[in-house]
Design a protein around this ligand. Structure first.
Ligand SMILES: Cc1cc2nc3c(=O)[nH]c(=O)nc-3n(C[C@H](O)[C@H](O)[C@H](O)COP(=O)(O)OP(=O)(O)OC[C@H]3O[C@@H](n4cnc5c(N)ncnc54)[C@H](O)[C@@H]3O)c2cc1C
Length: 363
């Protein structure tokens, strides 16, 4: 196979697909290449919470990127529904932090709009299925979620409808160069030529960059989740208690997450994680005690030695770009990342300062 395009994107996760759609909207020809079926790695495994947890610990660059992303999500969800008929269920359901002790204190200087500290009695009326411990809890009503699996399906469909190409089961083994200018990639299905190449390979980014003798400190961080089936309306808000959380979907599915495990590329689920997550779910939602989880899955987050993802050109190479290292926030930051990346690749005015995300931060 020998094909030529304006932009070739390595990685069909949320970051690669979102950027592909954004570039197609700017008139560029785009091919996305994925080693598996696109959209089935970390982005498929996620809970779809559109916020840092907790939001008050996020560095300023993340706060700015998250704000840009959240401003884009409502119009994106509508456009995708119109174009593809797929509803990605963007839902401002709110998020409730349960106090983990009677003396739990919440930050007062930085809290999102509408944040409210509430006692257990008030919350029991709002969320009758939840076992709410004694204490002062924090409600963040503006926090939203999206059904990341529907979102990925909608993006793939939209890319096709906009004239883009998503090549599944096509592994990129290296980059083709003319001196410092990157002019394509070598794949398991043959070479592909492009004016610009974007690496959005998630947890596998450093493996690919290794072929250029570059490392940016992105590594796999395994996350496991389980889910239960309940009736719609059984749980109405995202619940966070300590390290674990519950995410209700609109069809009544309850996602329970998640683990954070540094086990390399060993992507597998474990009985011990399922037990821990089931016990957490039963403790907070007693009606689930004794119920079997309907699904147990895992994914490799693109963990990073930096708090902030890398979004930018990979110098001294020319025509080579990188968007990776979104760790536990890739869904929340995807729309802003795609906007910024597309602006960089098209030489447009940037929505955010590029320096915050520059690759020069990498060792
Ligand atoms: C359990 C769990 C829960 C999470 N919950 C949330 C959440 O609630 N909110 C949130 O914002 N984020 C969440 N995240 C994080 C989020 O899922 C990730 O940050 C995001 O999906 C990263 O997207 P990506 O496109 O960079 O990576 P991926 O989705 O992993 O995509 C990378 C793609 O690159 C492809 N690829 C890699 N190497 C090659 C190659 N050589 N050739 C071709 N293709 C290649 C892979 O096959 C893959 O499809 C969660 C993650 C996990 C695991």
């Amino acid at each position: 196979m020998r094909a030529k395009t304006d932009v070739l994107i390595v990685g069909g996760g949320i970051i690669g697909l979102m950027t592909a759609r954004e570039l197609l909207g700017r008139g560029r020809k785009v091919i996305v290449v994925d080693k598996g079926p696109a959209g089935l790695e970390a982005s498929h495994a996620a809970g779809g919470i559109l916020s840092a947890i907790p939001p008050w610990d996020a560095p300023p660059a993340i706060v700015r990127l998250a704000r840009l992303s959240l401003n884009i999500y409502p119009s994106l969800a509508e456009e995708l529904l119109d174009e593809t008929g797929i509803d990605s269920e963007l839902w401002s359901c709110g998020l409730l932090y349960l106090a983990t002790g009677a003396d739990q204190a919440w930050p007062s200087d930085f809290l999102p709009v509408g944040a409210k500290v509430m006692d257990s009695a008030e919350l029991e009326e709002m969320e009758p299925a939840v076992s709410i411990p004694k204490g002062r809890h924090l409600l963040l009503p503006a926090i939203a979620q999206i059904n990341n699996r529907w979102l990925l399906e909608a993006l793939v469909a939209s890319i096709g409808m906009r004239g883009g190409l998503v090549l599944d089961n096509t592994e990129v083994s290296g980059l083709k160069r003319n001196k410092r200018r990157v002019c394509g990639v070598a794949t398991s299905a043959g070479p592909l030529e492009a004016e610009q190449v974007l690496i959005a390979a998630g947890a596998w980014t450093d493996r690919l960059l290794d072929t250029l003798g570059v490392q940016i400190g992105v590594y796999p961080l395994l996350g496991q989740m389980i889910s239960f089936q309940a009736d719609p309306g059984f749980l109405n808000r995202i619940i966070v208690a300590g390290e674990q959380y519950l995410v209700p979907r609109q069809d009544g599915t309850i996602l329970v997450g998640s683990t954070v495990e540094n086990v390399g590329f060993d992507k597998k689920t474990t009985a011990s994680a399922a037990k821990m997550l089931s016990e957490f779910a039963a403790k907070r939602l007693p009606a689930l005690a004794g119920q079997r989880a309907v699904e147990h899955w895992c994914g490799l987050r693109p963990g990073s030695t930096s708090d902030v993802p890398f979004i930018g050109e990979l110098r001294p190479f020319q025509g080579l770009y990188l968007a990776s290292g979104h760790n536990h926030l890739g869904i929340a930051l995807a729309t802003g990342t795609a906007r910024l990346m597309a602006e960089m690749m098209c030489g447009s005015e940037l929505s955010l300062p590029a320096d915050d995300f520059a690759l020069s931060r990498a060792a």
